[in-house]
Design a protein around this ligand. Structure first.
Ligand code: ZN
Length: 190
């Protein structure tokens, strides 16, 4: 095997958090998988290292150090039906990066509300562009008023996430900068 300049790092303390980006044969992102699954796919010949890619984890085994690529590509193309991101409270909170879209306050998983930008009473729909995560205080302040009536503004315009977005949110972006060839890293999404 040809040896490439590698950027492997030893992260034994992060054993449980080793995640591998799984790509279709066409290099479309499928999902993020646990490293043990990735090893299985590689050893059974179902996946391989992407072309010209050298970022990997170092896995210590009885036989020595195994270099596991941080992204793997399937040998055979698999058909994945288009997955819409479901509009639900959890996904809205994820899209809004766990912060109130009015005041920026960090929101806990159990302590947040979803605000209709155009209130339901004024015909507002349950859509990605009309729903935002909000703290209780801001939601109460806005009530059933429009933004203009409440004299409130949004920190950013809410958008429908791309189909891969929900899958990658929550992944530690520092250790997975090497995925930037295939995905937009959270925080850089516009
Ligand atoms: Zn708020």
């Amino acid at each position: 095997m040809k040896h490439q300049t590698s950027t492997c790092s030893d992260e034994q303390t992060e054993e449980d958090r080793k995640t591998v980006l799984l790509l279709n044969a066409s290099e479309e992102v499928i999902t993020v998988i646990d490293w043990t699954k990735a090893v299985h796919l590689l050893f059974t010949g179902k996946a391989t290292k992407p072309y010209n890619y050298s970022d990997c984890y170092e896995i210590k085994t009885a036989r020595g150090v195994y270099e596991l690529p941080r992204a793997i590509i399937l040998i055979e193309y698999v058909h994945i039906p288009y997955r819409d991101c479901a509009i639900n409270k959890t996904n809205i909170l994820k899209r809004d990066q766990n912060s109130c879209q009015y005041c920026g306050k960090h929101l806990g998983k159990k302590d947040f509300t979803i605000d209709h930008i155009v209130p339901k009473s004024k015909g507002g729909q349950n859509t990605w562009t009309n729903l935002v995560a909000s703290c209780r205080k801001c939601n109460f302040k806005k009530g059933s008023k429009t933004l203009r009536e409440a004299k409130m503004t949004l920190l950013r315009e809410p958008k429908e996430p791309s189909k891969d977005y929900i899958h990658i949110v929550g992944i530690d972006t520092n250790t997975n900068k090497s995925w930037s060839r295939w995905i937009e890293i959270k925080g850089e999404l516009k």
